[in-house]
Design a protein around this ligand. Sequence first.
Ligand code: SAM
Length: 280
Amino acid sequence: MTAAILYVVSTPIGNLDDLSPRAVDTLKKVDLIAAEDTRHSGRLMQHFAITTPMLAVHDHNERQRAQVLVQKLAQGQSIALISDAGTPLISDPGYHLVSAVREAGYQVVPVVGPCALIAGLSVSGLATDRFSFYGFLPAKSSGRKQQLQQLKEVTHTQVFYESPHRIVAMIDDIVSVIGAERQLVLARELTKTFETVYGSVAGDVQAWLAADHNQQKGEFVVLLAGAEEQPPQEIGVEEERILSVLLAELPIKKAASITASITGHKKKALYDRALQLQGK
Ligand code: SAM
């Protein structure tokens, strides 16, 4: 094991066989394992007969522990970072540690493996050429709806994490804000005994989930298809006339925004046309 390296090690999201031989080897050979919850990870260590000392690094002590760990790297020790499940830093602690270690000039090496987001995406059947990951949406319905409203027109796949306590409410909010017709996939309990991947239009997923309490249990990745791309609207003669009149008196942004209010045309398209009209 090379000294003075921080290894970021992915651990299983359910099936213990998904811990890679390289991950086991790394966890056995490092001087210290920084773990989100040492008791939780203790079970994994026991299963693989890993006896390396562990130090708790979680959301509440990460900044302070990062300094301690940088000092250990300076003494030539090697460290592995793990979280309770999956890939550290993905809706999990580790960001402050990794940035502090990189800033201090030490190497950070990924020991790759499971991640619920990627596992869900890979089996969803939704477009994967472009996607965004939002982690957990706000816990309160009002905040959640507000964020969903902002995502309504996004044209690529959107991926979320959700807990069993909120999955029903979250899907209800998706139906009410995004609509019942959008394709939606629930990837539940991935790699575990009750793994289920269910995809349909959002209204159907809502009904399916409500009808079966067993399907509301466990861990979820929620994947929402992007909105259909809207063909660009033609700007008509009258719209262009209003835009030109306003442009003579107002800045581009203001002229485009007032023309949009008067005509109902898309502000962005009017703004682009205004730039053309002004030869910019
Ligand atoms: N770092 C982890 C990763 O790489 O996926 C994610 C940690 S985050 C705190 C936990 C959330 O990930 C769960 O609430 C759930 O949304 C999702 N998740 C984790 N394991 C899962 C699984 N086996 N099946 C579906 N979703 C899972």
